[in-house]
Design a protein around this ligand. Structure first.
Ligand SMILES: NC(=O)c1ccc[n+]([C@@H]2O[C@H](COP(=O)([O-])OP(=O)(O)OC[C@H]3O[C@@H](n4cnc5c(N)ncnc54)[C@H](OP(=O)(O)O)[C@@H]3O)[C@@H](O)[C@H]2O)c1
Length: 276
């Protein structure tokens, strides 16, 4: 089973490296290309056996599972480029949220899936969000999820919930890291604790919190109740957060969905321009 990658930027290389390091794939089971070929050549140096292809067409023609890991605006030209080389029995995976399954099914013969990864997959953790087109057969889904399981927890999602699920799973690490940085910065500014020391404690805290909330079996509410006793110091901090954060996260969800809607309009126009 050969797995192909078009696009080895940030997320394409996260997936390739995670698949190899987890043992899900051997490097000689991977063929990849990228617009700037030096990026994929660097991966091939690090993982001998990984095959560098000179074109998208070559990757599409040579693999059983194809991951397309380019930015949304680059999808229409890539699809136009590879359409004649794809095959009906091939599993074709888009990792981008605003490109719709139907748009890919309209222009490619393969079995289409959308899999939204997360940077957390680099450490074989976090979710991969799986959305399947109608052509995906039960054995295709088993094959794909068997590939994803060593690097993540595959979670099936309805396409209508792609954006909000991506906010939680893929943007979430950046949102949480941002909040953590704010906490660290305040600790340093207010008390003079060395930055590195504060950062190490805060990062270990986030790791432990994640474990408690997953394999530790606690829900967010249960965890809060374990730490915050009424009238205690944590509760004081939580009261302030409740007051100050207000509807910030509601606004955050609205703004990601607004950008998503704008992206979808642009992509539809680009599909019309490239693929009549
Ligand atoms: N970053 C995340 O955490 C994350 C999470 C989930 C999903 N995603 C999705 O993953 C996709 C890729 O994001 P990214 O962060 O990996 O972006 P990125 O770092 O910019 O990588 C995109 C890669 O695609 C290559 N490319 C562009 N056009 C191409 C073409 N015609 N043929 C071959 N390669 C081409 C680019 O090559 P060059 O080197 O020439 O620019 C670049 O290396 C996006 O759709 C994003 O929505 C990202």
């Amino acid at each position: 089973m050969i797995t192909g990658f078009i696009g080895t930027g940030s997320m394409g290389s996260v997936l390739i490296e995670a698949f190899i390091r987890s043992g899900a794939l051997q490097s000689n089971q991977i063929i990849a290309t990228n617009r700037t070929l030096a990026k994929v050549e660097r991966l091939a140096l690090k993982y001998p056996g990984l095959q560098v292809a000179a074109s998208n067409k070559e990757v599409a023609a040579s693999c059983d599972i194809l991951f397309i890991c380019v930015k949304p605006a680059d999808f229409p030209p890539v699809i136009a480029d590879i359409a004649t080389r794809c095959r009906s029995e091939q599993i074709i995976v888009s990792i981008t949220s605003p490109v719709m399954i139907y748009q890919l099914e309209n222009h490619l013969p393969g079995r289409i899936a959308k899999v939204i990864p997360s940077v957390t997959n680099y450490v074989l953790s976090g979710a991969t969000l799986c959305i399947y087109g109608n052509r995906m057969q039960p054995e295709d889904i088993r094959t794909l999820e068997a590939l994803l399981a060593p690097i993540s927890r595959p979670i099936r999602v309805a396409e209508d919930y792609t954006r909000i699920s991506s906010d939680l799973s893929s943007c979430g690490p950046a949102f949480m890291a941002f909040l953590l940085r704010k906490l660290i910065d305040a600790a340093v500014e207010e008390t003079g604790i060395p930055h590195l020391e504060a950062e190490r404690m805060a990062c270990e805290m986030l790791l432990g919190t994640g474990i408690l909330l997953t394999s530790g079996g606690l829900s967010p509410d249960q965890l809060i109740n374990r730490v915050a006793v009424p009238g205690g110091i944590t509760q004081e901090g939580l009261n302030l957060l409740e007051r100050e954060l207000g509807d910030s996260f509601t606004k955050l969800v609205r703004i990601t969905h607004l950008k998503y809607a704008e992206d979808m309009v642009k992509i539809e126009a680009a599909f019309c321009a490239y693929l009549k």
